[in-house]
Design a binder for this molecule. Structure first.
Ligand code: SF4
Length: 64
């Protein structure tokens, strides 16, 4: 599944990494992928990643 991050929408709440280590943060606490500096990644279909996407309060994470 394809997951996208929209750092401009991130409010640095820190929630997504509590669901999955796929997500990390820059020095300002804004979401990045831990394994890549891309904004879009092909990731395994894992429930914890899907949960992170759904729970993001500002829709800064998207699932395709
Ligand atoms: S859950 Fe959303 S708003 Fe919170 S840190 Fe992650 S991407 Fe940013």
């Amino acid at each position: 599944m394809k997951v996208s991050i929209i750092p401009e929408h991130c409010i640095a709440c820190g929630l997504c990494q509590t669901y999955s280590p796929v997500f990390d943060y820059d020095d300002d606490g804004i979401v990045i992928f831990s394994q890549s500096n891309k904004r879009e990644l092909e990731l395994p279909h894992e429930p914890n990643i899907i949960k992170a996407v759904k729970e993001c309060p500002t829709k800064a994470l998207l699932l395709d």
